[in-house]
Write a protein that binds this ligand. Structure first.
Ligand SMILES: [Ca+2]
Ligand SMILES: [Ca+2]
Length: 232
């Protein structure tokens, strides 16, 4: 039969497809690509402190907006694998404890904010095992509408971050933190948090740097969520 001769069994799809069907190539591509859906975050309430009259502006600062950014598309099945995981930091906080960075709480309140001294400081999450990282959501400090300086996010399998480091975001355009000149922009902290594309990088550790903000020399953190799939 002529029709049978033009069919081919495609194991990946678990079906036979018509080789002469115009949609064949597209069908195979769609099966290869991972299905994605908008990443839904549990958002805290917006700050009650209002918007300062004088906001920083410039070509390297995204304009402040009370509208959320377009939803991040993450592969189906990602989970926040950072929840409850161990966090360490470059210096001991003087307010709060780094455990609070993965406790799921991120309201615009003093008791949900961990504060560390000035200078370039980092926090680091140990996921306990490598994962395929897809998206990282961060709330540094949305008690105030402000921009954090030198937001640098890195992933590695080395807890010392000396080898195999992938930089996922870097807005240190003047390299004052010494990790290389960043090309990303500064942005305003809002209750939406900020979602960074982790690009499927496989890593066990995630490190986030800051160097104060336009309002304060201190380094503040509220929550970090790491959406990932099991590493293959
Ligand atoms: Ca928290
Ligand atoms: Ca800088």
């Amino acid at each position: 039969m002529k029709l049978i001769a033009k069919m081919k069994w495609v194991p990946a799809l678990g079906v036979a497809v018509f080789l002469n069907a115009p949609g064949f190539v597209n069908m195979v591509r769609a099966a290869d690509a991972v299905a994605k859906e908008p990443l839904v975050l549990e958002l805290p309430a917006p700050t009650l402190k209002g918007t300062p009259e004088q906001l920083p502006e410039g070509p390297n600062i995204e304009p402040n907006s009370d509208k959320p950014r377009p939803a991040f598309l993450a592969p189906n099945g990602v989970k926040n694998v950072a929840l409850g995981k161990t966090v360490t930091s470059s210096v001991k906080p003087f307010t709060g404890d780094v455990e609070q960075l993965t406790d799921g709480k991120k309201e615009a309140m003093d008791f949900d904010t961990v504060e560390m001294k000035k200078g370039t400081q980092w926090i680091q999450v140990d996921l306990g095992a490598p994962y395929a990282l897809e998206a990282i959501a961060i709330w540094h400090d949305h008690r105030y509408i402000q921009v954090m300086h030198d937001v640098i996010i890195q992933a590695s399998d080395d807890p010392e971050f000396k080898t195999g480091v992938t930089t996922l975001y870097n807005n240190d355009t003047d390299n004052t933190s010494g990790l290389g000149i960043g090309t990303d922009r500064e942005y305003f902290e809002r209750h939406f948090g900020r979602v960074f594309d982790a690009k499927g990088v496989k890593a066990r550790y995630v490190r986030g740097y800051t160097k104060g903000s336009n309002l304060s020399a201190l380094n503040c953190w509220q929550e970090i969520e790491i959406y990932a799939l099991p590493a293959k």
